[in-house]
Design a protein around this ligand. Sequence first.
Ligand code: ADP
Length: 602
Amino acid sequence: MTPTLTPRRPRWRSLALLALLLAPLLWPLQQLAERYYRDELIEQNRQTLDLYVANLLGTLRRFEVLPPILGNLPDLRGALLQPGDAAALDKANLLLKRVREQTGADVIYLLDAAGDTRAASNHDQPDSFIGRNFTFRPYYQAASEGRLGRFFGLGTTSGKRGYYFAAGVREGDTRLGVLVVKVDLDFTERLWGQTPEQLLVTDSNGVVILTSNPDWRYRASRPLSAPELTRIAADQPYPTQQPQPLQLDTHAWLMQSRELAETGWTVSILAPRSQVERPVQNVLAIGAASLLALLALLGLLLQRRRHYIERIALDARAKRELEIRVLERTRDLEALNDRLKDEVLEREQAQQELLRTQDELVQAGKLSALGTMSASISHELNQPLAAIRSYADNAGVLLDHQRTDDARDNLKQISELTGRMASIIAHLRAFARRDRHAPESVALQPALDDALALLAKRRRALDVELIRDLPEATLWVQAGETRLRQVLGNLLANACDALSEKAPPRRLWLSAESTPTGVNLILRDNGPGFSAQALEHAREPFFTTKTSTQGLGLGLAICETLMRALGGELLLANHPDGGAQITLQLRHATPGANLAATEEFS
Ligand code: ADP
């Protein structure tokens, strides 16, 4: 396995590790969220607290001024001045009742100098205060001394909580009594309603006097000292003389407090911390989810990156393998190329060798033909030579006889005869010459005439009838002048040889036909035709059916070679009516310079 193909699990394990490492990042988030929601809750509770305190103070202040004002009323003072006057007392009672109804106070009552209740707003109620003594209450003391008495406590008769305001009633310097207004505070507790936040009002002793949680009521928020306990026993502000301690889990609550200087109270609002914790937990959950999503995204990205790297590695490997294969193939090809070069060189050498051999063969054929022809050549040359000699001898005799004109005629004859001899020799030279030129445009009819001219004497001797079927227009073929004449000469000589073997009539047909690519020249004789063996082997060198003096068996072999060299073909066949039929397939050529018709000689 390659190092790139690492198993998948470790990757996710490292991501989990990363998640653990990143988890502490949630801590500042928690701090921030906590601070935010706590501040928000504190602000909200502060407003609630302000509202509550304002309400409480407003209620108290409304009644604070009432005792001094009422204490100055003559009807109330009269009730104290004439304690035995029932009418005065009735008057005072009615007044207090009316004032209570108008102000909303809980109870208003009038004490005499001994602390006994003389008149009260609840004089007609079963729990009437009339006759009751309140000297034990601290407000009585304070009012007697000329101060405004203030006191929180439970009504001894009603058991209802209330705040008491008391002021002294005086006639000049004489202390007549005290006027007390009790304000109901239960309703301020009821105002609170059913909210998660709790209300806590403690008095100067630290004892809970008003609260939205009944379990906390009259419990001490701090340890009470002995003098405090003594005073509580004396003043009886609570239903118990031994307030139990308040067990508050300070971690569970968020507390805000406000001091009320005039009553010595502390108003607190307690909000459960869960109110902050819940939204903070939500924020944390969202943060953690975001972190996880981020990690999942990161994991995916890493995985994609790894796949990409793997693919690149695979591509690179494939490319390397391809390069190696290409290199190997190139090496093979180079080796093959070298072998081919060697083979081409060998072939070229063989070709050259073949060409040279062919050349030699042609040359040998020519020389052989020359050998066989030498008898007729010497005859051809001897005949004009003999004529020249006799013309010369005659010319001498004629000059002796002063017959200069006749002598001139003889000399002219001599001149013509030498011209003919030169022509014969030129043909022979052309025949014997090595010709390696590229094919050129050659006119077919004049070449044929040339070849016929060379054999004219033999043809006449054999009395061969020549039947020509050639077009008037010159046929231009691709050939070499000499080579074509040599081929034609050979074929015509063979025909004469074949015709010599039979009795007359002897005929020779010459015809030509155009094909899409060239010209077919057909030579037919009415001789014995090719034997079956000759048809098969006549083109091979040294195949002959003739005696060694007559033939070498090179003629058709040379013709075949020359035709191939010209891009043509030599076809051997027998005519259905008897005799040989030879077809020369030659290629068309563009018209070139016309040849002068060769002179026929006998
Ligand atoms: P050569 O003429 O020296 O025998 P060639 O190659 O020219 O050599 O001819 C090979 C043979 O083909 C001849 O010996 C002859 O048997 C046969 N041949 C050639 N031309 C003719 C022809 N026109 N008619 C019959 N046979 C022929």
